[in-house]
Each structure stands twice: as structure tokens, then as C-alpha cells.
Design a protein around this ligand. Structure first.
Ligand SMILES: Cc1ncc(COP(=O)(O)O)c(C=O)c1O
Length: 407
């Protein structure tokens, strides 16, 4: 069996250098734990960045894959119905304010499809000029061209220019800044219920209500990008249900497959009907393996006891982190986010903090400029939360390698 060092070295030789170098290689997982090639255990509070909703090695996830393999087919052309895809579609639509769905393979594809649907709808229902979008500062919508054009940070990478024209950036949680950008050319506003990559800022209920009203008053569609915040992470299946607003189009991915690549966008029928056969599609979209996994993962998450437990876990985690503020000599400046999408601003630089947490056996990620992000599997127990909090507390109190953040 290769060691951490073997695999790291080979990875460095083979991979494009698009991700910062890590000093571990993962060999297996179970529940909320991952194990590296040298056998060290990590409490996984990254969850593949809000992906592994059911944790690792979950029976429902494993069953979904083996069950479909036993049926002997993993691909089918998009025009032919399969039971897993129909069941996954019906289940998701039963829990969303939408009547139609398109499955895809990733979050960025869900965003691209939504942008295309919004323009198609506006072309037919508004005007041929209504092709523009309002999006938000500190947003993140993915890495394909439409998605990066809607992502503020990515637009500062001049080597990728030219971006798609027609994306206007308002300030998150600031309705006046949105109002100021509304013209007859706007077809949709796209918003994240909680800004994930941007630093774990949650939208306020007033903000979402205001966006809905602005959209209704100006014949504009509201797109909810809940790729990171959806699929139970807020304690409700849909993030927009948690914040109590009704989008016209909802984008999903990440937790939808619990680790298997699958995404989707859903829309109200009167909007989805703007699409005609051939307007959109993808070879792998909605394949039986991916949709069988989505069906079983969502069936698990949508159980009332499961969602109740997510709400309890979120409250417990936040309570415990809140208590750390004094305990760590004010090393924690703020605990942010919503549900099990937790952001912690500390007085230390994130790079060293993440490294030291990993050394201490806790896996987490960075969001925004300097926010520590915890997006654990939704199955995390109170005991595991205690363990995560103990590691964070110990590193913040005792670690000499942390560097003060001056931002
Ligand atoms: C809110 C949001 N939208 C879109 C995406 C893009 O998803 P993917 O990486 O699956 O393309 C992400 C990924 O982090 C995301 O958090």
C-alpha cells in the first residue's frame, strides 16, 4: 500500500497545480471520519465542502450504487425514462416549489442551465433585450464561463477575460443596491441563501422577501443557488424553505449526491415550459447511477427525524463554539453562517490555522478571506461535535505556530 508521502509525491508530479499542496493522502472513510494512507484518523468537518451529507460509507449511499450496478446498466440516453431518474425527480419536486427538473452533473452545470432557462424565458415572456442578471458581491456560482461571470472574485482573474457581459453586482443583504440595478434588461436575480465561498454570510429573511417582491414587481425571475446550502444543511431540505421564500428556479448539487457527482435545477412549470427539445442537454445528465444515489440520499435526508437532528446539531455546535469565545481568550471573533454551514472568524491567519487543525486531526476548509469553514456530514453526533470543538479550542489556545491575522 502506498504511504502518504508516496501518493503526495506522485500527485504533485501528475496533477495540474490548481489546488494548494496538502501533506496527506486519504485512503478510506467511515461516518464522519477519514483515514489517511498512514492510518491517521481525521474528523471530517469539511465534508468534501458540504457534499457528504450522509458521511462516508453510509448504507443508503452504498446500497444506491450496488443496487443500480446489479440492474446492469449505468447509462441511458436522456430521452428514455428510467425508474431512478423518475423517482428522484418526483421526490425532489414534492419538496420544492417547482414542477419541473433537469438533472446535470455538477453545481456549475446547474447554474449554467438556470442562466440559459432564465434567458429563454425572458426572450419569450419579457423582451429580446432582457438578457442581463443581477448577482452579488462575494458570490460564488462555479467555474464555467457563465458561472465565473456571475462570481465576483473570479472576474478579477484577467487571464480568463472576456467574461460574459450582462452581469451586474449588487451588495448582499442590501435591497437598495439591487433596486439601483433594475432595468428592463434584467431577466433574473441569482442569489445564494448563505454565501459559502464568500465567507459564510447568511441572507436575512427581509432581504429574501424584498428580492421576491422586486422580482414580482418587475417581471424578473429569482434564482436560488442552494448548491452549498441546500439538501438539509439548513435543517430543511431546501434552503429557501428555511429562509421562507419561493424562488422561480432552484439550483442543487453537492449534498444531492452525498459524494456522487449529480446536480439539478428545478423551475416552476410556466418558466420551465420556455425550454423546447434540444435547447439544453448533456451526455451524463441524469444517468441512472447518479439519480439512484440522489433518490436514496434525498430519501434519507428528507425524513423529519433526520432534519430535526440537523437543526439540533447546528444549535449544539453553535452553542459550543459560542462558549469558546471566552475560553480561548477572544481568539474567536465571530461565529457565522446558518445551519450546519458554520463560519468562524478568528484572530489567526487561516492558512496556518487549517494546517494546525489538520495536524490535530480535524479537517476543515477556508471561506472568504480568512474564515474557517465547517460543513460536516449532516449525521454528526453531539459527541463528535464535542470532539471537533475540543480540537479547535486546543489549537486556538495552545498552538504556537498560529500567526496573527491583521485583516
Ligand atoms: C453556491 C455554489 N454554487 C455553485 C458551485 C459550483 O459547484 P461545482 O463545484 O459542483 O461546479 C458551488 C461550489 O462550491 C457553490 O458553493
Amino acid at each position: 500500500m502506498p504511504t502518504n508521502l508516496d501518493l503526495q509525491t506522485r500527485a504533485n508530479d501528475a496533477y495540474m497545480k490548481l489546488y494548494p499542496h496538502k501533506h496527506i493522502a486519504i485512503g478510506r472513510g467511515n461516518g464522519v471520519y477519514l483515514y489517511d494512507m498512514d492510518g491517521k484518523e481525521y474528523l471530517d468537518c469539511a465534508g468534501g465542502i458540504a457534499v457528504t451529507a450522509l458521511g462516508h460509507n453510509h448504507p443508503a449511499f452504498n446500497k444506491a450504487i450496488t443496487e443500480q450496478l446489479e440492474r446492469g446498466f449505468t447509462m441511458c440516453i436522456g430521452s428514455i425514462a428510467t425508474e431512478p431518474k423518475v423517482k428522484a425527480a418526483e421526490l425532489l419536486l414534492a419538496h420544492c416549489c417547482a414542477e419541473k427538473i433537469f438533472f446535470c452533473n455538477s453545481g456549475a452545470e446547474a447554474v449554467e442551465g438556470s442562466l440559459k432557462l432564465a434567458r429563454t424565458w425572458a426572450h419569450q415572456n419579457k423582451s429580446e433585450e432582457a438578457k442581463e442578471f443581477i448577482v452579488f458581491g462575494s458570490s460564488f456560482h462555479g467555474r464555467t464561463y457563465g458561472a465565473v461571470s456571475a462570481t465576483e472574485k473570479s472576474r478579477h482573474q484577467p487571464q480568463f477575460a472576456p467574461y460574459l457581459p450582462g452581469f451586474h453586482f449588487a451588495t448582499y443583504n442590501d435591497l437598495d443596491s439591487v433596486k439601483a440595478l433594475i432595468t428592463d434588461k434584467i431577466c433574473a436575480i441569482m442569489v445564494e441563501p448563505v454565501q459559502g465561498e464568500g465567507g459564510l454570510t447568511a441572507g436575512t429573511p427581509e432581504f429574501f422577501k424584498g428580492l421576491r417582491d422586486l422580482c414580482d414587481d418587475n417581471n424578473i425571475l429569482l434564482i436560488s443557488d442552494e448548491i452549498q446550502s441546500g439538501m438539509g444543511r439548513m435543517g430543511k431540505l431546501m434552503a429557501h424553505a428555511h429562509f421562507d421564500y419561493e424562488p422561480d428556479i432552484t439550483c442543487l448539487a453537492k449534498g444531492l449526491g452525498g459524494g456522487f457527482p449529480v446536480g439539478a435545477f428545478m423551475a416552476k412549470e410556466k418558466i420551465a415550459d420556455a425550454f423546447n427539445a434540444g435547447d439544453h442537454g448533456s451526455t451524463y445528465a441524469g444517468n441512472p447511477l447518479a439519480t439512484n444515489v440522489a433518490y436514496h440520499v434525498v430519501s434519507e435526508i428528507v425524513r423529519p427525524e433526520f432534519l430535526k437532528r440537523v437543526r439540533e446539531a447546528s444549535l449544539y455546535f453553535r452553542e459550543r463554539l459560542g462558549a469558546l469565545h471566552n475560553e480561548t481568550g477572544n481568539a474567536i471573533k465571530a461565529v457565522k453562517g446558518e445551519g450546519l454551514m458554520i463560519g468562524i472568524d478568528t484572530k489567526y491567519q487561516i492558512k496556518e490555522l487549517l494546517h494546525e487543525l489538520l495536524e490535530a486531526g480535524l479537517m476543515a476548509t477556508q471561506a472568504g478571506k480568512n474564515t474557517l469553514r465547517l460543513t460536516p456530514p449532516l449525521i454528526i453526533s453531539n459527541e463528535e461535535i464535542d470532539k471537533a470543538v475540543a480540537v479547535i479550542s486546543d489549537v486556538l489556545k495552545n498552538n504556537k505556530n498560529l500567526i496573527k491575522y491583521e485583516g
